[in-house]
Design a binder for this molecule. Structure first.
Ligand code: PLP
Ligand code: COI
Length: 367
């Protein structure tokens, strides 16, 4: 669909005069949790074929009013992103690889027949919102401001065709650990009945529909005492793809590190891609290839696989404790994260929090 025909990014700001007091904000920042609290402002812009992207604005955070016929409510023409702003020791605020999120959102937009948002609009929207809500970026250990850009079909009509009115928004949420246990290993449920995505489908796009279809298997995971669900490919039900909201890594006994190759139905995670680079910097061989579910099960049992971890913006690097399925389990960590998982997590978060040199030029100052 119509790509980059918008005017240069310029944004108005309407301050929220009824926002939270300093004391109310401090109470939230002291224990933010994940995705429970939102800042005082939001970003909005709209697209039509006639105007391209227009009317960039930061406004007080508040509800959107939607006609009941709004296309997204019926056909789920929607995409989103997730990235974080980190406060450094000198109080400056930085984002990690925001252009990569912009480009992934453009690929998602293409797949969902939505208009692509130019990269300068994406980064401009992030900078404008973080500038307005800079006081909401927490400074506690391993906390951040989680940013959620999203785009949806906002035309009111019932025919099935791409919407001719599209809304782009960014909201922000102060965040602590995604998993309440912190670095404690999480247990994963193997979904044997459901797949997350199929060949030719939307698995490589970050669209809401993928997450809707993961909720039933995620409920199954929760019922079985697991925090996340692992999906296999939809054809052979044999090849490991990813978790509901994270990519996967397997550490081998020889120190090499394997991650499932991008099959077209896996989300191309920015954390996944950063770990490929960082693990190589640390001297590990990194291999992207197919990993079968038998290799995972047998590998942790016979010691060929020494550590398993999940990664993503929300999850950062999280050790996997057990893989469970109907009738069995395979334990890869009991009690604590493995050495390589720790090493890779530190290499990543030290860059994100400004404690290590940004050798790959991944950080962008936003406030
Ligand atoms: N896979 C899925 C399905 C996700 O939702 C996410 C989270 O964004 C990831 C992988 C990891 O991607 P990233 O590292 O870009 O956050
Ligand atoms: C993210 O990591 O940003 C995601 O979108 C995944 C979701 C589980 C919060």
């Amino acid at each position: 669909m119509n790509a980059m025909t918008s005017t240069p990014f310029r944004c108005t700001v309407t301050p929220n005069t009824g926002g939270r007091t300093d004391a109310e904000r401090d109470a939230v920042l002291a224990d933010p949790g994940f995705g429970r609290h939102f800042t005082d402002h939001m970003f909005l812009a709209e697209w039509t074929p006639e105007t391209g992207w227009a009317d960039a604005r930061v406004v007080p955070y508040g509800p959107l009013s939607l006609d009941p016929a709004t296309a997204v409510l019926h056909y789920a023409q929607e995409i989103f992103e997730g990235l974080k702003a980190y406060r450094h020791a000198d109080d400056s605020v930085w984002c990690f690889r925001p252009e990569d999120n912009a480009e992934r959102m453009q690929r998602s937009a293409h797949r969902l027949a939505l208009p692509e948002l130019p990269t300068d609009w994406f980064t401009g929207s992030i900078e404008a919102l973080v500038a307005a809500d800079a006081a909401w970026v927490p400074s506690g250990e391993e906390t951040s401001l989680y940013l959620r850009p999203f785009m949806f079909a906002s035309e009111a009509f019932l025919g099935v065709r791409p919407s001719q009115h599209v809304t782009y928004s960014v909201i922000a949420s102060p965040a602590g650990a995604y998993f309440p246990g912190g670095l404690k290993p999480v247990d994963i449920w193997l979904s044997e009945e459901y797949s997350r995505a199929g060949a030719g489908g939307t698995g490589a796009a970050k669209c809401g529909g993928n997450y809707a279809s993961s909720l039933l298997p995620q409920q199954e995971a929760t019922r079985n005492g697991c925090q996340q669900v692992a999906f296999l490919d939809s054809v052979e039900h044999r090849w490991v793809e990813e978790l509901g909201g994270m990519n996967l890594y397997f550490v081998q006994a020889d120190g090499s590190i394997v991650t499932p190759e991008l099959s077209g139905s896996i989300l191309e995670g920015i954390t996944r891609s950063s770990i490929i680079t960082l693990a190589a910097d640390l001297g590990h061989d990194v291999v992207e290839r197919r990993v079968s579910i038998d290799e995972w099960r047998d590998g942790v049992a016979d010691g060929t696989i020494t550590e398993v971890f999940a990664c993503g913006t929300a999850a950062v690097v999280t050790p996997v404790g057990r893989l469970k399925w109907d009738g069995g389990e395979a334990v890869s960590a009991d009690g604590d994260a493995g050495k390589v998982t720790h090493e890779i997590r530190s290499a990543l978060v030290d860059i994100q929090y400004g404690r290590a040199e940004d050798r790959h030029g991944w950080m962008t100052r936003v406030a």
